[in-house]
Ligand binder design. Structure first.
Ligand SMILES: Cc1ncc(COP(=O)(O)O)c(C=O)c1O
Length: 398
């Protein structure tokens, strides 16, 4: 609106794996909606084509259903886990976000005094939903074991991002994902990988393909449609067959706009581009360049900072280097400096969301020249932040 241009790493919270208005996606969508749109009866050929691709690429997915948003996908996963186990409780991890519904909207980016306490994110949430969701620390397998032992035969599902990104980036410690898999097998719990951010972005088969751990259910969204509103829930056939999309299924699944042809077309075009193998090579390489460049910059500045991320995702925390294995570790981040630095970046034409702990996303459309410009802007922005007395920095809740 004001004639300024930005290099965008916010990427609308992550869907853009190829880039904004990516020509192959736009052209496929336009061509498709000249022919077809939405019928609301049964399944379309396009949808079947997309389902086949998801099943072919995502190791644990034997069947898949499409919806419009990641929140719908996680909602369906929770309900299916409860129906399949006849249990009520869920386990999620402190700091993680899985959508806006009552089932999982607690203990997201909690203020320090609420970490590990009861912390519903919204007014109006049902107490019963909040209290049936147990909160553990990521990477603390013993803590999850304890929570399950304390609630014998009551936990229906454990849901996690296999690489949590709603707080920047925390990597799973060796053995953590495998340990959750064993625990779920032993206790009859449904293991749900929420790959709404990581799916397709980190690998065409999701983090599960990289980690070699197969969840029972997987939720997908964001990068699956490069900016179009499509998401998915998939998993083991025996579970997916419980949905009422099949005769006799008693777990309700619906949505007027599910698998709209425009979104399915966007997703097919996106996945076909990923299938060339070029996208991940490019975005991983640029991600590595960005992280290395930022590490050099903070080392030159001599300030406490930690640069982390995975593949195309990067984040610069303003905190002493040290282990980052759970949300509590990120309370050391100087939220004021984090936001102020990003405000300085925006002045210099680089858009990183000026919100504490938010991650950045590199897309296939970003170039080496964009990384060079970003690193230059980063060095200047950091200098501007350091030149400002810290008592002038805005203080924000973590
Ligand atoms: C991991 C994860 N799951 C679920 C969601 C919810 O997706 P949506 O915003 O499409 O409802 C998000 C959104 O940020 C997310 O990051």
């Amino acid at each position: 609106m004001d004639g300024k241009r930005y290099i965008d790493y916010h990427a609308a919270f992550g869907p853009f794996i190829l880039g904004h208005c990516y020509p192959d996606v736009v052209e496929r969508v336009v061509a498709t909606i000249r022919e077809t749109d939405l019928y609301g009866i049964s399944t379309t050929e396009l949808e079947v084509e997309l389902a086949k691709k998801v099943v072919a690429h995502v190791p644990s997915v034997e069947q898949v259903l499409f919806c419009c948003t990641g929140s719908e996908a996680t909602f369906h996963a929770v309900r299916l886990a409860r129906a399949a186990t006849g249990r009520r409780k869920l386990v999620k991890f402190q700091g993680c976000y899985h959508g806006w519904h009552d089932y999982l909207l607690r203990n997201v980016l909690s203020a320090p005094e609420l970490v590990g306490q009861r912390d519903p994110v919204s007014a109006g949430m049902l107490d019963e939903a909040v209290d049936n969701t147990l909160v553990c620390d990521f990477n603390d397998l013993e803590g999850v074991e304890r929570a399950v032992r304390a609630n014998p035969e009551q936990v229906a599902g454990i849901i996690l991002e296999p690489i949590p990104h709603n707080l920047g980036c925390i990597l799973p410690q060796p053995g953590f994902l495998e340990g959750l898999r064993r625990l779920c097998d032993r206790e009859g719990i449904v293991l749900i990988f929420d790959e709404v951010i990581t799916g397709f972005r980190h690998h065409i088969g999701g983090v599960q393909a990289l980690a070699g751990v197969r969840p029972d259910l997987t939720t997908l969204g964001k990068a699956i449609g490069n900016g179009f509103p499509i998401a998915a829930i998939g998993g083991k056939r025996e579970l997916m067959q419980r949905f009422n999309t099949r005769p006799g299924g008693n777990v309700y699944f619906a949505g007027t706009f599910n698998a709209h042809a425009s979104c399915v077309a966007a997703s097919l075009a996106t996945i076909e581009t990923l299938e060339t193998g070029k996208v991940h090579d490019h975005i991983f390489r640029l991600g590595e360049r960005m992280r290395t460049g930022l590490r050099d910059i903070v080392a030159r500045a001599g300030i406490p900072a930690a640069v982390t991320g995975f593949g195309s995702v990067y984040v610069l925390y303003f905190m002493p280097d040290g282990p980052i294995t759970r949300y509590r570790d990120l309370l050391r981040n100087d939220a004021g400096r984090f936001v102020r630095y990003r405000q300085e970046l925006i002045k210099r034409g680089v858009f990183e969301m000026p919100m504490n702990l938010k991650r950045n996303h590199i897309s296939f459309s970003h170039t080496d020249a964009d990384i060079d410009r970003t690193l230059e802007a980063a060095e200047d922005s950091l200098r501007a932040v350091l030149d400002t007395p810290s008592n002038c920095l805005p203080r924000r809740r973590a």
